[in-house]
Structures are given as C-alpha cells and as structure tokens.
Design a protein around this ligand. Structure first.
Ligand code: NAD
Length: 499
C-alpha cells in the first residue's frame, strides 16, 4: 500500500495495517533465521500488541557474520573501491531511504512508540547523514609530510576493517545512520546490532542497502540481545572497532570486552543529565519556557541530550516554572500515529516502570511535584510531562539519567553557583544557556564541561557539527567529517629517494 503523503492519523493507520515486517537477520546478503532458530517478540508500546517475532542472533551468528565481513574487507570490492564510487552507492541508498521514508518512519513509531512526526524528522536526519558522509569521502586528502628532498613522506588514511555498530532504541534509524554512514564511507565492513527493543527498521534498511548495491558481506544486521550477540561482537578478535551508542553502564562493559580481547577501538556515545541554564536577563521568557519544556519532553524524554536539569536564576524561578507548566500542558502524550501528537508511548514496560519509580523517589526525597507524575490508563505505556521543582543535587531525580519525561528544576543565585551545579555530574553530553549578555554567554560557555553547548536554543546543530560527550557521556564524535576520521587509520609511508 502506498500513500504518497500521509497527513492524518487515518492515513498512517492505513499504512500501518498494510505493513509487513522483515524479521530475519541479514548475513552475507541473505535474510536468514538465527542459527539457533530462536526468536524474540517486539511489541508496540502504544497498544501492547505484539508486532512480530524477530530472529534472536547469538554468538554463532556473530561468528559467521564476522567471517563474512572480514572476507568482504579482504576481497576489496568495497574497502579498496575508489571513494567516488563508494559515494555513488551510498547516495543511492539515501535515495532509496527517501523513497521509503514513510515506511521506515512507521517501523520506528510502531516499534518504540515515538510520534510519527518525530520519526519523520529522524528519517530526514538519517538520510541527511548518509548524504553528508557520502559527499565527504571523496574530498578528504591525505598528507605529504614536510621532510627534506631525499624523502617523500606520505600519511595515508585507510579503513579499519570490521566495525560493529551497537545502537539503542530511542532514535533507531537515526543513531544507526550516524554510525554506519561514516564507517561505510570510509571503506569498512559494518555489522549492525540494533536494539532488541527496536530492530525492525534496521532489518528493512539491510534490504535497501542490498538494492543500493553494497557488495555482499559489507553491511550485515544481527538482531538480538546485548548479552548474547552484542557481547560476542564486542569480544570478537576479528572486529576492529566498536561504534556504540547506549547507556554508560554498557559503554563501560564494552571497554572491558575490548581490553579482554584485541584492544579494538571503542567509540562511545553514552548517557547524559544535561543542564539547561536560564538567566534572569532573558528577554522572552515565554519562548524560553517553551524550549525548556520541549528540551525534556521531546521523544518522551528518551533523549540522550534531554535537558533534564533546568537551572533557573531564583528571582524569575517561580514565574518561569509557571510558564514551563503551561508549555508542558500542551505536550501531553497521544496516539503516535496522530501527526499532531508531541509525545508518544514509553518504549517498553521495563523503561516505563523505571521512570515511574524515579517519580516515586522524587516525591519521597522531598521535591515538589508540580505536574504529571501519574501514568495514563493502560494498555498503552504513556507518562505525561512531569515537573519537579525544588530539586537538589543530592536527589536521585537530580543526578541520575531517568530517560523519561521528568524535569528536575533547580534554583541558583549566582553565575558561579549555576556553573558549579551544571558541572556537578558524571555526565557531560550537552548543556543549554539562555541569556542576552554576550560576556556572560562566552564566560559560561567556556566553563561548561560538555561536548556541546546550545546558546539561546536547545539541540541546535546539523550534519556539519560533531556530536558527542565528555566525562562518562563518552569519547566518540558522530556526524561531521570528524566522524570519518574515527573509522580510518593513519598509515605513515617513508619513501627514500635516490639522490
Ligand atoms: P543500552 O546500553 O541498554 O543498550 C544499547 C545497545 O547496547 C543495545 O543494542 C543493547 O542490546 C546493547 N547491549 C547491552 N548490553 C550489552 C553488552 N553487554 N554487550 C554488547 N552490547 C550490549 O542502552 P539503551 O537503553 O538501548 O539506550 C538508552 C541509553 O542510550 C541512554 O543512556 C541514552 O542516554 C543513551 N544514548 C546516547 C546517545 C548519545 O549520542 N550520547 C544517543 C542516544 C542514546
């Protein structure tokens, strides 16, 4: 079924009803069952309905896929292909994704509960990333080192070999694109392990990659659990790089696996508890409040860079929180298939219980619950925007990543106090700063311990900007030409010339 430009909930429901799911792994150019024959179920969290049973890969499948990935790398029909030719194939894949963007968006929405309008935004991000990295790859030059005339010294960039990309469920296809686009563009063989909570779009992507002309074994997809297939990839002696997005706890495990196996490179994009600083000199507090609410409630708060700590200068705090509550009221969760919904369902029951548990702890720890706090009626897993005021840095809701629609509001009196509060976290992924004072903006920006700082906006950025964190938010950088550097190695060639 094809509706060229679905606009209404009915359009999306009709498309959803006609969807079929690819549920098999994609290994060496073929869609196959897991070697064990095992499957796991994936559910629509907005309805509780089981969508499909998906191949549950384990170490045996990982071993086969790694063997094919290595063989493809050695064959060289991708790894040694001229960059301009790799570019053409990746641009073709981007075209195919564009042609199938409604279907891909729908798969993510059904699988993990985010509103379809938001999934469409993710598709634009994923396709844009593929195009950007494809366009970059034939514009990167090596170097000639400044030596004497008796030598020609070259610095070459070469692909690493086999990259295992392990990704989360909150932006399933977009996080996938951020990893696979630069890794493939650089000439690597890539094995993708999607989250067990959202495997469907990755399996569809594999079919499109085949159609686009990626040679066999260059891109493979292994659905399954972290402790089975994920761990096997991370421990493999034949995987050269782990490109990971997910929780800090898993990131730490991956570093151990790399140390226990072959010292593979590990690029981590992990969790956050991002501070959003609002100073009293802001001009338009209504606008700032809308952005502060969207910073946490977008994607149900299941965003690594969610602005989950709102730090407000005390003289405006009460008035500002009132404005945030007004904005939050307009962001209530709704049917993910309704393009008007701002928030959808929480990804699964485990995450839903976790968020509700944090809300209980917030109340017990003495924070003031200003709105939300109670789930909607089931079977759908919906939690409304929840705002706590009077949060302190000793409370769990003020320190730990909740990954749900829960905002913790802190007050501050001075710039120094705001900076200290903002930096008092094991995380350092993103920070926001709202002020009209350019001197303050530059002072504070430089002192925020964060991979990215958003000044008078939240989550601004495009493909040209690197994305990643400091401290326990990780060490990798997605997007921009810098991410291409991560998936290639430098080779120094010293050529002695006859004199
Ligand atoms: P997670 O760490 O539970 O899982 C992420 C992926 O790792 C999944 O595919 C999972 O199956 C796999 N995995 C789990 N245990 C593993 C193991 N032992 N070995 C190998 N693989 C394993 O994270 P999640 O719940 O899927 O995602 C939420 C987290 O992701 C949050 O902490 C969020 O902040 C983070 N995140 C970070 C960014 C970023 O760019 N920094 C972006 C999105 C999400």
């Amino acid at each position: 079924m094809r509706i060229e430009a679905p606009k209404t909930r009915d359009d999306w429901q009709a498309l959803a009803a006609a969807l079929t799911f690819e549920t098999r792994a994609f290994i060496d150019d073929e869609s196959v069952a897991a070697a064990s024959g095992e499957t796991f179920e994936t559910r629509n969290p907005a309805t509780g309905e089981v969508l499909a049973r998906v191949a549950s890969c384990d170490a045996a499948d990982a071993e086969v896929a790694v063997r094919h990935a290595r063989a493809a790398f050695a064959r060289g029909d991708w790894s040694r292909l001229a960059p301009g030719k790799r570019k053409k194939v990746l641009l073709r894949l981007a075209e195919l994704m564009e042609a199938h963007k409604n279907e891909l968006a729908l798969l993510d929405t059904l699988d993990m509960g985010k509103p379809v309008s938001s999934s469409l935004g993710d598709m634009a991000g994923a396709i844009g990333c593929l195009r950007y990295q494809a366009e970059c790859i034939d514009k990167l030059y090596g170097e000639v080192a400044p030596t004497g005339e008796e030598t020609l010294a070259l610095v070459l960039r070469e692909p690493l070999g086999v990259v295992a990309a392990i990704v989360p469920w909150n932006f399933p296809l977009m996080m996938t694109a951020w990893k696979i686009a630069p890794a493939l563009a650089a000439g690597n063989s890539v094995i993708l392990k999607p989250s067990e909570k959202s495997p469907l779009s990755a399996l569809r992507l594999a079919q499109l990659a085949k159609e686009a002309g990626l040679p066999r074994g260059v891109f493979q997809v292994l659905p399954g659990f972290g402790h089975t297939v994920g761990q096997a990839l991370a421990l493999s002696l034949e995987v050269d790089c782990l490109a990971f997005t997910g929780s800090t706890a898993t990131g730490k495990q991956l570093m151990q696996y790399a140390g226990a196996s072959n010292l593979k490179r590990v690029y981590l994009e992990c969790g956050g508890k991002s501070p959003n600083l609002v100073f009293a000199d802001c001009k338009d507090l209504d606008r700032v409040a809308k952005h502060a609410a969207a910073a946490i409630f977008h994607n149900q708060g299941e965003v690594c860079i969610a602005g989950s700590r709102l730090l407000v200068e005390n003289p405006i705090r009460e008035a500002f929180v009132e404005k945030v509550l007004v904005a939050a009221e307009r962001m209530q969760p709704g049917d993910p298939l309704d393009p008007a919904s701002f928030m959808g369902a929480i990804v699964d029951r485990a995450q839903y219980e976790r968020v509700l548990d944090y809300i209980r702890r917030g109340v017990e720890e003495g924070a003031t619950l200003r709105t939300g706090g109670k789930a909607l009626d089931e079977p759908g897993l919906f939690i409304p925007p929840t705002v706590f005021d009077g949060v302190s840095d000793t409370m769990a809701i003020g320190r730990e990543e909740i990954f749900g629609p829960v905002l913790a509001v802190f007050g501050f009196d001075t710039e120094e106090e705001a900076i200290a509060l903002a930096n008092d976290s094991v995380y350092g992924l993103a920070a926001g700063l709202w002020s009209q004072d350019i001197d303050r903006i530059m002072r504070v920006t430089r002192r925020l311990a964060s991979g990215q700082v958003f000044v008078n906006n939240w989550a601004g950025g495009d493909q040209t900007m690197p994305f990643g964190g400091v401290k326990q938010s990780g060490n990798g950088r997605d997007k921009s030409h810098h991410s291409l550097e991560e998936y290639s190695d430098l080779k120094s060639v010293w050529i002695s010339l006859a004199t």
